[in-house]
Design a protein around this ligand. Structure first.
Ligand SMILES: Cc1cc2nc3c(=O)[nH]c(=O)nc-3n(C[C@H](O)[C@H](O)[C@H](O)COP(=O)(O)OP(=O)(O)OC[C@H]3O[C@@H](n4cnc5c(N)ncnc54)[C@H](O)[C@@H]3O)c2cc1C
Length: 303
């Protein structure tokens, strides 16, 4: 019986694992290896690791954990999890193995869903991104677009003025209200409501946004609104509560208290999966630490 099982070895899961390791708790970290920012060239805004390639960051985290004897990081996928009548957890893995632990930490990240447009997926994480604080610096002072509509689009476009002066809100066929157009005009932001046909440019670079009518707009970086969904059914199956998504930040996050407790005894959640504020690596590291500490305290208390 493990003291803890951690689902996911992104920033949150590795941070939880490190905390448990240092508390000398036997911990199995199961990870499918699909951290959400792997497509990005560098991590923006993580103190001590600014602009570091994500894969290099995760490798460094794993290397740190390998110094502790009570931790196992296993490549694999958890397909189901249950809280047993005795209060422990059992986790079924895709390879058929079943693992047990006294506590369980969910850190599976989120599924970032963005509009399906020809040319978008190939540029995701480089010239197309969802977070200006992460990747806006690299795109500064160049023509930027915002792919969104409604109040979220207006807010996102006006916010981009910190990074560039040439901004176009692209609503992809959705009409703005007169009030929204006034706000944009007052802020010096252009808009275009025509449907978009494709994003074009060499490799992962963006050069133009092409509209359905064939016109093209020079844009070298595109901020898109992402909607974050739970990646797996593990959370719902364990009886946690999901926060209803709001319009500004569409995230169906697991409800946790400030110490990352879900309300289900012995079950904790960290990282994007339990973040109802804008997601970031810094927040994932911090919440992973808290989840690991909470689990360690619970194990030590013996309940
Ligand atoms: C394209 C992109 C670029 C970004 N750039 C930045 C940036 O520059 N700066 C910044 O601060 N933030 C950035 N972010 C946000 C940041 O990456 C996330 O906030 C952070 O990765 C969340 O960490 P996490 O550990 O919660 O999840 P993740 O990093 O997504 O890791 C979760 C891990 O759990 C695994 N997993 C999921 N389900 C299972 C399962 N059932 N069994 C086993 N393993 C499972 C996944 O495969 C994955 O390896 C970016 C996000 C995206 C999408």
């Amino acid at each position: 019986m493990n003291d803890s099982i951690v689902i996911g070895a992104g920033a949150a899961g590795l941070s939880a694992g490190l905390t448990l390791a240092r508390a000398r708790r036997t911990t199995l970290i199961v990870d499918a290896g699909r951290q959400s920012n792997l497509a990005a060239t560098g991590i923006g805004g993580l103190l001590g690791h600014d602009r570091r390639p994500p894969a290099e960051y995760y490798a460094a985290g794993r290397a740190e954990l390998s110094a502790y004897p009570s931790i196992e990081i296993r490549h694999g996928e958890a397909v189901s999890a249950a809280r047993e009548p005795d209060g422990t957890f059992s986790v079924a893995l895709a390879d058929g193995r079943r693992e047990r632990a006294r506590t369980l930490i969910l850190a599976p990240g989120m599924d970032y869903r963005v509009p399906e447009l020809p040319g978008l997926a190939a540029r995701w994480g480089t010239s197309v991104f969802h977070c200006p604080f992460c990747h806006g610096w690299e795109a500064r002072d160049r023509p930027m677009g915002v792919l969104a509509s409604g109040a979220v689009g207006v807010h996102g476009a006006l916010n981009l003025r910190a990074w560039t002066t040439t901004i176009t809100l692209l609503t992809n066929g959705v009409a703005l209200t007169d009030g929204q157009r006034d706000l944009l005009a007052g802020g010096g932001v252009a808009w275009d409501e025509r449907p978009i046909a494709a994003l074009d440019g060499p490799g992962s670079a963006l050069a133009t946004v092409t509209f359905g009518d064939g016109d093209a707009l020079p844009v070298t970086a595109l901020l898109v609104k992402a909607v974050l969904h739970q990646r797996s059914a593990l959370a719902a199956g364990l009886g946690v509560t999901l926060i209803p998504p709001d319009e500004m930040l569409s995230v169906a996050a697991i409800t946790v208290d400030p110490m990352c407790r879900t309300g289900v005894p012995g079950l904790f959640a960290a990282g994007d999966a339990a973040t109802s504020v804008p997601p970031s690596m810094a927040a994932a590291v911090a919440s992973g630490y808290l989840a690991g500490a909470s689990a360690a305290v619970q194990i030590a208390a013996g309940y």
